[in-house]
Design a protein around this ligand. Sequence first.
Ligand SMILES: Cc1cc2nc3c(=O)[nH]c(=O)nc-3n(C[C@H](O)[C@H](O)[C@H](O)COP(=O)(O)OP(=O)(O)OC[C@H]3O[C@@H](n4cnc5c(N)ncnc54)[C@H](O)[C@@H]3O)c2cc1C
Length: 569
Amino acid sequence: MNETDEGRARLAQWEAAKPTNFYTGNGLLQRLLERMRGGPFDERPFVEFGGLAATKIDDAARKNDEWPRHPRLARFDGIGRRVEEIEFDALYHQLGKWVYEAGLVARLAEPGQTWAQAALAYLLGHAGEMGHSCPVVCTSGLVRAIQQKGLDEMKKRWLPGLLDPVYESRLHAAQFLTEVQGGGDVGANAMTARPNPAEPGTWLLDGEKWFCSVADAALFLVTARPVGAAAGTAGLGCFLVPRHDASGGVNGFSIRRLKEKIGTRTLATAELDFQGAVAYPIGRLDEGFKIAVGIVLNTSRFMNAVGSTAAMRRAFLEATAYAAAREAFGQPIGAYPLVRETLAIMKAEHAGALAATFYLAELIDRQDLGTADADDRKLHRLLVNANKYWASIIATDAIHRGIEILGGNGAIESFSVLPRLWRDRLVLESWEGSHNVLCMQVLHDAARYELFAAADRRLRSLLDAADAQFAPQAAVVRDAWAETYRGLSRCVANERYGARAIRLHVEELMQAFQAALLLAQASWEKRQRGAAATAAVAEFLISRHLDRAYRPLADDAHPAKVDAVLQDG
Ligand SMILES: Cc1cc2nc3c(=O)[nH]c(=O)nc-3n(C[C@H](O)[C@H](O)[C@H](O)COP(=O)(O)OP(=O)(O)OC[C@H]3O[C@@H](n4cnc5c(N)ncnc54)[C@H](O)[C@@H]3O)c2cc1C
């Protein structure tokens, strides 16, 4: 074999070493779920879907992102009737069958299943499948809004279709808040709602929505201002707009165009004009903003973090396999300390994101089951925003690191999933709230509901419950948190300081929470399994972010710590 053949053989070795199941090799996910479920649980749906996601879905998602297969706008049918439809490739529909049949939305029929939905969505996220992930998230938001606020008639009429696991018959949803004058500032919405004289209790919507993903949806959730209602967020209503009217025609809207995007290209994102679309209010008109943000966007923000976490794991898998196969200067690149350090950072950051995101799933399930206490509710309100912000930042960073490990090949679309994951992340960073807007919301909510005090109580109790073996690490987290808590309290007390410092302190808050949750997980593993496999990533992350005195280069044991991080699956 000459050098060229050897080099290509090593690339083939890399391809062959890629996982064929995203669940079975993921020790941390399995241990986290086991702790959350209180012991062994039925893993079969995850094993099955983890296999599908790593093979058929992964392959189809890659092909479906090639431009000839992107969604197309069909405004008229063959004989010139206005239809305002989106056409997709057959592969897109095949992907949809796998996704819905796995129960990604259907799980929400029972309360307390967020953990399972999140686990399935996380496995799907490894494949970077965006064409159905976003509809699943939007549909979940509408399901929750109707379950919590819809009238009985609305529940009967729409929930069975929304929860239907059969792709061909399921109803899927979109959520349209953003208008051309602003997305973050939803209170600036200008779209109007007027009473519908033809059908009392329903409304007619007029106006324009600027970013409309899932433009093919059967049901749109839309924010609009009833005529005469107050300005700002207080006057917004939340409406359900079926795509079709009673006769099966277009329900009072037209699509201007599909947007050409840097990422999420298999998803149809459009600009829509509404001209008298018949709409059904969800909940009371004056609580529209609360429903749109508190239920719908919070569902999306949680799921956005699930996707970020999945992308981090995939980037790590790609990069580790490559580092084992690729040789440079006479040895596998995975033997070089600088490469090992990068891989360890990717792995530890993913572990922190996974622990925080699945903790959020626990908080949601407790609320849905009615077992949440006051602090659970406060923690959810805080973490749903803080965690989306931080997970989306570190996900982009992790993928970037993965691309670096792949060298020039990392920049090539046909070589690996990483360029697509990275392009998609740039979109997901701003979806459902840009970084600053989320951090400012944390600040406003904290001032109003005393969220930071709740975070302080929860964090301390997590650290107090850590196993004695982790006392030194718990002490480091406690000290760092004490400083962060002072900063957060100052943000609340001093508006001007808060407006410039909150983002940094939210970042620190997330680092402290991730650390405390990983220590709690490691402690549980030690008690239940006799060995704390999560300890290495917990300690690494704590040294990296919270131990102000730690200097990796001054620590002779640091390379062994990196090895320990890279050992477990
Ligand atoms: C591909 C794609 C699909 C989308 N699909 C949908 C959809 O289906 N439905 C939907 O409703 N929306 C959708 N969006 C819109 C998206 O949710 C918004 O773009 C996002 O919420 C940010 O709003 P904006 O673009 O108006 O930015 P702005 O709110 O104008 O923000 C611009 C910048 O200013 C900063 N900023 C704003 N306010 C403050 C403040 N108070 N303090 C400090 N900084 C601030 C922001 O952080 C940001 O960096 C989509 C966006 C994209 C890119």
